[in-house]
Design a protein. Structure first.
Length: 270
């Protein structure tokens, strides 16, 4: 066996070992329900998380974690402002841990599972939580939330009829922020921080429309209850249940149209 062949085999073995350790680390962090469970927050874990954040995250999210890192100017969508208490406190530890570990599809947020140990990822979460620990939050407009089952599926078919109904709703209530094409470029968008999400248009960071990376329940929850810390308001008191699902149908339909247009596939084909 040549030296090159021995080197290749050694490198492959180390790669397999690193992957196994990362998987095992993820298992060790899972509770009885399989969901990741945070270790205790300590001053030491917060300081350690701050160091990791500065090294790995500040280029995009900024040294102040305000979403204004030097790389943010080149990114679409922009990195999140993690000092926005309304937004951060709306997120569960599991949601943040999942984003850190697996990345956020359709954005520039990479997966850190193989680069950072589970302990270091939790330390980053402890640091992020510490930034808004003393900030109070309030539900937008004081409207109570509607509980949404994470496994909920759209009861309506995504077809031309439901999409047409959803389009009318979207243009009437959503386009001023998200744009008529659901690309996040509505007439009010330049005045909003954070900017409205580009839900349909494909960017250089994703091979599919962002809407395709979101479960039905998550989209419905955002439309129903709004997204605290953003300009996305709850529509539960304005649109009925069917209308909210029709808006979801429109986004799904347009996302599929966008994907097929980019691939050269005729619209309306399966």
């Amino acid at each position: 066996m040549t030296r090159l062949q021995r080197g290749i085999r050694r490198g492959a073995a180390l790669g397999v070992l690193a992957l196994a350790l990362a998987v095992e680390g993820s298992r060790l962090d899972a509770g009885d329900s399989g969901a990741p469970v945070s270790p205790p927050v300590t001053p030491e874990s917060i300081r350690a998380g701050e160091a990791v954040f500065f090294e790995y995250c500040s280029g995009c999210h900024g040294r102040r974690a305000d979403g204004r890192g030097p790389e943010s100017l080149n990114l679409d969508p922009k990195p999140q402002n993690l000092r926005n208490a309304q937004f951060v406190k709306h997120l569960s530890d599991e949601r943040i841990y999942t984003s850190l570990s697996g990345g956020v599809r359709g954005t520039a947020m990479p997966a850190w599972e193989l680069a950072l140990s589970a302990e270091r990822r939790w330390n980053v979460i402890h640091y992020i939580r510490s930034l808004t620990a003393d900030d109070t939050i309030a539900l937008p407009n004081g409207i109570a939330r509607q509980a949404v089952d994470p496994g909920m599926k759209n009861p309506l078919p995504v077809d031309e009829q439901s999409a047409a109904a959803g389009r009318k709703i979207f243009l009437s209530y959503c386009a001023s922020c998200h744009g008529q094409k659901a690309d996040g470029r509505g007439i009010l968008a330049p005045n909003l921080i954070p900017a409205p999400r580009n839900l349909v248009a494909i960017t250089s960071w994703g091979e599919k429309p962002f809407i395709e990376y979101l479960a039905d329940a998550r989209v419905y929850d955002s439309v129903t209850n709004g997204v605290p810390g953003t300009s996305m308001q709850p529509w539960i008191g304005v649109l009925d249940d069917v209308q909210r699902w029709q808006a979801v149908c429109f986004l799904r339909f347009e996302g599929d149209r966008e994907k097929k247009a980019r691939s050269g596939e005729p619209a309306g084909t399966n």
